[in-house]
Structures are given as C-alpha cells and as structure tokens.
Unconditional design. Structure first.
Length: 218
C-alpha cells in the first residue's frame, strides 16, 4: 500500500482468513457468554434464594441481592452493546476481506486513556511507530470485542507491537499476536486527515469503501 504509514515487514504473513473467522467467533462467544451469565444472575438467583430461605438460610439474600442487581445491570449493558459489537465486527470482517496482516509495527505509544486500569475512558488513542522512525497519525481505537468494565480496556501485550491490516488514513484492524486480541482504529481527527484520503488513488479509495472504512466508524 504505497503512500501509507507502514511498519516493518516481518517474515511471512498471518493467515488473515483464519483470523477473520476467529474474530467473529470471539465476538459471538463473548456476547453469548455475558448474556447467559448475567441472565442466570438476574433470573436464576431469585428462585434459588427463595428455596434457600425456606430451608432456613435467611442470610442468603445478603449475597443474592447484590448478585441479582449485578445481573440485571450487566444484562442491560450487554444487550445495549451487542448492536455496536456487531457493527464493529462487520467492519473488521470487511476490512480483513480487503487487506492482509502483512505489516508489523514494533512499537506503539498510548496517548488518551494511557493510564486506564479499569473501566473505559471516553477515548483511547495511540500512535504507531515503525522501525524507520515514521509515526502514524493519532489513531482512535476500540477493542473488538470490548473488554469487561472490570478489566484494563487496552488489549494485553499491545505495547510489544501489533500487526496492521488496512489503510491508516481511512482506518485499519490491529491484531496483537502476543494475546490474540483485535481492535479497530481510525484517525482521531478525521477532518485533519481528509487531505491524505483525497490524495489517495482510485484503487485505494475503492478498496477502503469495500472495507467500510471510507466513513467514520468510531
């Protein structure tokens, strides 16, 4: 991809088709797992608590009450984010149908949200650095699938380098080989990078459109 910020090429390339399938399975597994766990907490704990109370364990509601509340709020949050997860996964799948993980950036710098250890900052941005010393634009990123609110939102091992599939002025999918995690990224300042997209040749634009990256997603 000429005219793009590229990382250092590593020997061989990742099997993009396999990783594309892995991404889809991981998204659906996360959604189903969270839905089932929270649903069991919200709707399974009450009858169990009632049975335990009838057996003389009245203290069970001290434990069961918070679990029910966590289940209800967790289930609502999971259902609310499924639509977003499907949209991001669809964009990632379309991107990986057009581009390969043939580029490796050995170093990244976290910017906004860099110190997050739990919860989710409003914005997580990073810069990609390649061996030749060239930096990417400031990129906004979103893990796919999203990590739980109790976990560090940054993909594990991202500091050790990432594979890139895409065209950075439009966007790209990142893959962290050390932890097997994915994320979608696009320029943080979409308008400021418009000039780079305008200079792109028709083939690059067509490819980005097919990948669903010709518009702002995140």
């Amino acid at each position: 991809m000429p005219d793009n910020m590229q990382g250092a090429h590593t020997p061989g390339t990742l099997n993009t088709a396999t990783l594309r399938g892995k991404l889809t399975i991981r998204m659906w597994w996360t959604a189903i797992r969270n839905t089932v766990v929270y649903a069991l907490m919200a709707f399974g704990v009450p009858p169990l608590g009632a049975a335990a109370n009838r057996a003389g364990m009245s203290w069970i509601f001290i434990i069961g009450g918070p679990m029910i509340l966590i289940g209800i709020f967790g289930l609502l949050a999971t259902l609310r984010t499924i639509a977003v997860a499907v949209l991001l996964t669809r964009t990632c799948r379309r991107t990986l149908a057009q581009y390969s993980f043939d580029t490796f950036c050995p170093q990244i710098t976290k910017v906004d949200g860099a110190e997050a250890t739990k919860g989710r900052p409003k914005s997580m941005t990073l810069r990609l650095h390649r061996a030749e010393g060239h930096d990417s634009p400031l990129m906004r990123m979103n893990p796919v699938p999203r990590r739980g609110p109790w976990r560090n939102p940054w993909p594990e091992g991202i500091e050790n380098g990432v594979y890139i599939a895409g065209d950075l002025p439009f966007g790209a999918v990142g893959y962290v080989p050390s932890s097997g995690t994915f994320f979608l990224m696009q320029p943080d300042d979409w308008d400021a990078t418009a000039h780079d997209r305008e200079l792109a040749d028709p083939d690059r634009v067509t490819r980005a459109q097919a990948a669903d990256l010709a518009r702002r997603i995140i």
